[in-house]
Design a protein around this ligand. Structure first.
Ligand code: SF4
Length: 950
């Protein structure tokens, strides 16, 4: 064997042993002829894929894998994963991307492959647990699934039989099961759905829904000429990986990227134009851009004339005007006269020239302008819903609604499953989730659930938290602890969770549910201008099936007795209706075996048999639809969907209708479509069937000043509300790190190693004026308490704004277990009179297990729990929690240490009352309605329940 000169040199100075003393592996490592490079194993190899074992090197040891698709559960995107199951050990060896998934196309972010950490977590909850001692004491006993099902079903049955239909609540953190739980709750006849949406996206949803009922945007980034993101979307936002790859595709084809963000996120650093706007000023920017596009006649006249309800705008706001499109444009220009670039620039703290320049890019992009806002500004600010409403105005003006390269309503790109049985909506209204004063709240008022209970507005007999951790994730966590500790408010708390969390510590039952590869779900999201469905499946169950074994319940094959909700709900429902007298069992009967309980295979078999095009595609391969999904894990229902508003109305709908002067097709007093150019078009699902620039709904429900999009609400953290003399700043507390899940990644060693601290980002000018440096301790005082964190001085944040990432600062008490990769050990003191103190006893430390990596933990700093010091700020219109905080910054006293937290829950209750009053002051119920009938509501009750006096 010839030595290279590097080897000769290295040998001579003793860096490597003499080559003659080393074994000659060259022969054994010879390549057996050229093999083409490939990215993914072909599906024909998935039953027996052979790969050399990297850990056996230099021995050439073959490993045989069964490759089984599933979907990631670590964010909403539900990207495709392939589980590589070692045929010798029957264990999952690794996860990689599934190239057959139309949304993710084989790619994942770091959190996808890290699923392997989660399933191999040495501190997993393997068995159902029941509390021993007082709630929150941290003592547990192992019980059987049978015992758990029997005891919980009895409590639910007792609650239902007591006549109350609002005392059983299912509160979901991470959804992703396409209507499954809603169907269960309808079967039980209760308005018991609650979600995390009001701390997440309700602001953006309200803004979009006012335009066209669909409450999310579906941008076609791939084909856009200009992409505008009002958040760090490419980096960590919604549909992170599927959107990120399409944004990059668009940019590679020449699209410009514009990012509004006070923080120089990774996304902003990739942008052609970074607009570091002051938080809450985004609507001013969008209105100024709208005015430029209007005044410079860059708007799409044809789209506006055909698809905007401009006639209603004139008739209602300017009844003396003639109803002509040019008059409408003139009135708009007048209405927007204050929104000059200079005004917006002053509000945002950026250059007016940049606003003008970007507005012209957008105008020139025309129908190829894609845009997105999610979380970020829309959830941060009082009136944050305005951000989505004014952003979508730019799409409307440029005619880029639902076009190639534009932004479509979400529902056009999302699959709706057909269920084997669809129970009627509940015949009641749950005021703990939908209090009467929040008439337009887009989702359940979950951020004030404990405050409503404290306010004696109701109580809960049975409360399920499902992959949901409000004690840690939500604002005002100590009020959540107070609520969960009080058995007179919450009779029984059941945590359905794949991992320990701060909320599960305060449960009566902790029931272990599967990670991505241990459960069933179907997923479909608007990641592109098409429609797909994906199948999350328990991969060891599918492996058992391939091996010819029968499995009745998923927990038989999962680690320990980890189960899944799907089967749990069927069994629980069957037991609630023990005597078959409540009518619940009727909704859980097999569509294939008369009178028998449905099983999970039948549930999905029915859905896939009723998925457009899937049976035919499966048949071409000689497969049933269910087996096709088991094999590939995903199916593209429609490859491209544009301009659905122009779809032809069915003749049934047209029958006995009439066409009004403005083109509206009216039947039985309701607008059902739009007559345009001789065609009868479906339109948008709004009362006018057009894009609603003018909203009669806002007028009717008491907000006439918001009949049209604008920048009329100044954020609660507007500079006018801050006192610089008192060192008051805006705290931006909700930016995400691309490698973390809200509170489900502390069990992942890879992700924890990448990021585990959450220092305060502060601009160097502000640092100088406060006299702090990187690493200095800073006391951050909110309106209800304070926390002590370290400083990171950077130019990547707007002066006047400080930021702290959302995910970090996880904790466990001395009596708790779990998540040691990222949890500080803390002590909580209830000081009485609503005052709570948290102190860090120990940071992160290594520990000994069978996984050698747990003993190699090198980091010690687990960050600081900031969310718990935030008051709940419910927006009176959208209902969204407004995340941005007014804080004052100071140097801590000598006895105030890193990680210390203090909160006064009496103050937080007063704070709730103050914000709640803003909704009460405007409470308006036209015709006795609790909320508009035409707007969507999760788990829609029967119509009569929409009226206060039903
Ligand atoms: S973006 Fe990442 S975390 Fe989200 S589903 Fe895809 S791989 Fe999983």
């Amino acid at each position: 064997m010839n030595r290279s000169w590097i080897e000769t040199f290295s040998e001579s100075i003793g860096l490597i042993p003499k080559i003659s003393h080393r074994p000659d592996w060259s022969e054994g490592l010879m390549m057996e002829g050229p093999k083409p490079l490939y990215k993914y194993p072909d599906p024909s190899e998935w039953d027996d894929f052979i790969e050399l074992d990297s850990q056996a090197w230099p021995e050439k040891k073959e490993r045989h894998y069964s490759i089984i698709p599933t979907t990631c559960f670590n964010c909403e995107s539900a990207c495709g994963l392939l589980a590589y199951i070692d045929k010798d050990t029957n264990q999952v060896r690794k996860f990689e991307g599934n190239p057959h998934h139309p949304g993710s196309r084989g790619r994942n972010c770091a959190k996808g492959p890290a699923t392997i950490n989660q399933i191999n977590d040495t501190e997993r909850i393997f068995y159902p647990l029941k509390r021993v001692g007082k709630r929150g004491e941290g003592k547990w006993e192992r019980i059987s699934w049978d015992q758990a099902l029997d005891e919980i079903s009895e409590k639910i049955r007792n609650s239902l039989e007591s006549g109350h239909k609002d005392r059983v609540m299912y509160h979901v953190g991470r959804p992703g099961h396409e209507g499954y739980a809603e169907r269960v709750l309808k079967a039980w006849g209760i308005d018991g759905h609650n979600s995390h949406t009001n701390i997440c996206s309700a602001g953006a949803r309200t803004g979009y829904a006012l335009w066209h009922k669909f409450d999310r945007p579906s941008p076609d980034h791939t084909n856009a000429k200009v992409i505008l993101l009002a958040s760090s979307h490419l980096e960590t936002g919604h549909y992170f990986n599927p959107h990120a790859q399409r944004i990059i595709e668009g940019m590679m084809k020449g699209a410009k990227l514009i990012v509004l963000d006070p923080r120089l996120s990774n996304t902003a650093s990739m942008a052609d134009e970074w607009m570091p706007t002051y938080p809450g000023s985004e609507s001013a920017i969008f209105m100024a851009m709208a005015k430029i596009i209007l005044d410079e006649k860059m708007y799409d006249r044809t789209f506006m004339e055909n698809w905007v309800n401009w006639d209603e705008y004139l008739k209602n706001l300017y009844p003396e005007d003639t109803v002509e499109f040019d008059v409408f444009i003139k009135r708009l220009s007048q209405e927007w006269s204050d929104y000059t670039p200079e005004f917006a620039a002053k509000e945002a703290g950026i250059e007016a020239d940049q606003i003008i320049r970007v507005a012209r890019f957008i105008g020139e992009a025309g129908s190829k302008f894609s845009s997105h806002v999610w979380r970020g500004a829309s959830i941060g600010n009082l009136g944050g819903w305005q951000v989505a409403r004014t952003l979508h105005l730019l799409n409307v003006l440029t005619g880029s609604v639902g076009t190639e390269g534009g932004t479509a309503p979400s529902g056009w790109h999302k699959f709706q499953p057909s269920f084997f049985d669809d129970p009627p909506g509940p015949d009641n209204w749950n005021e703990l989730s939908w209090p009467p004063e929040y008439t337009l709240s887009h989702y359940e008022m979950s951020e004030i659930l404990p405050h409503l209970l404290k306010d004696n507005r109701g109580k809960l007999d049975v409360y399920f938290t499902r992959v949901f951790n409000p004690v840690w994730t939500y604002p005002d966590g100590f009020t959540w602890i107070e609520m969960l500790s009080d058995t007179s408010k919450v009779g029984c708390h059941i945590a359905l969770t794949p991992t320990w969390n701060e909320t599960a510590f305060f449960a009566d039952y902790v029931l272990p549910m599967g990670h991505a590869s241990e459960r069933h779900d179907i997923n479909s999201y608007e990641t592109q201008a098409g429609v797909w469905i994906a199948f999350r499946q328990p991969v060891l169950r599918e492996k058992a099936r391939r091996d010819g074994k029968n499995v009745k319940y998923t927990y038989e094959v999962n680690p320990g007795e980890v189960w899944e909700e799907d089967e749990f709900w069927i069994e629980l429902s069957w037991r609630i209706d023990k005597g078959d007298q409540l009518g619940i069992r009727d909704h859980f009967l097999s569509p294939y075996r008369k009178g028998e309980k449905i099983n999970i295979d039948e549930y999905y078999r029915y859905i896939f048999e009723h998925t457009e095009g899937l049976p035919e595609t499966a048949e071409q391969e000689g497969l049933t639809p269910l087996n096709y999904m088991r094999k590939y894990g995903a199916y593209l229902v429609k490859s491209s969907v544009y301009k659905k508003n122009e779809l032809e109305l069915s003749s049934d709908v047209i029958k006995e209708s009439r066409v009004a002067d403005n083109g509206q097709i009216i039947k039985d007093g309701i607008v059902v479509g739009i007559h345009l150019n001789g065609e009868n078009c479906t339109g948008f699902p709004t009362p006018s069937r057009r894009q609603e620039l003018y909203s009669q709904t806002m007028v009717d429900f008491g907000y006439p000043e918001h009949a049209t999009p604008g920048y009329r609400i100044r954020s609660h953290i507007h500079p006018d509300n801050l006192d610089k003399e008192k060192n008051e700043y805006v705290l931006l507390p909700n930016f995400r790190l691309p490698t973390h899940i809200h509170s489900r990644s502390a069990n992942s060693k890879w992700l924890a190693e990448i990021a585990h601290r959450n220092p305060i980002w502060i601009h160097k000018k502000d640092a100088e004026s406060l006299g702090v440096k990187t690493g200095t301790l800073l006391k951050v005082s909110t309106e209800i308490g304070w926390f002590v964190d370290k400083v990171w001085v950077t130019e990547a944040i707007k002066p006047g704004v400080v930021a702290c990432s959302h995910h970090i600062g996880r904790w466990r008490r001395q009596q708790d277990t779990g998540n040691r990769f990222m949890t500080n050990t803390i002590d909580i003191k209830n000081m009485g009179n609503g005052q709570w103190k948290m102190e860090v006893l120990k940071g992160v430390e290594p520990w000994k297990t069978d996984d050698a990596d747990t003993n190699r933990i090198w980091w010690r700093d687990g960050g600081v729990h900031q969310n718990i010091t935030h008051p709940a700020n419910p927006d009176p219109i959208s209902g969204a929690h407004c995340w941005l905080q007014k804080v004052s910054l100071s140097i801590p006293d000598l006895d105030e240490k890193y990680g210390d937290v203090f909160v006064d829950t009496n103050k937080s209750f007063e704070h709730f009352k103050q914000w709640n009053m803003w909704a009460k002051e405007k409470e308006n119920h036209p015709e006795g309605l609790r909320r508009p009938l035409w707007m969507a509501r999760p788990l829609t009750p029967q119509k009569r329940n929409f009226y206060l006096d039903k």
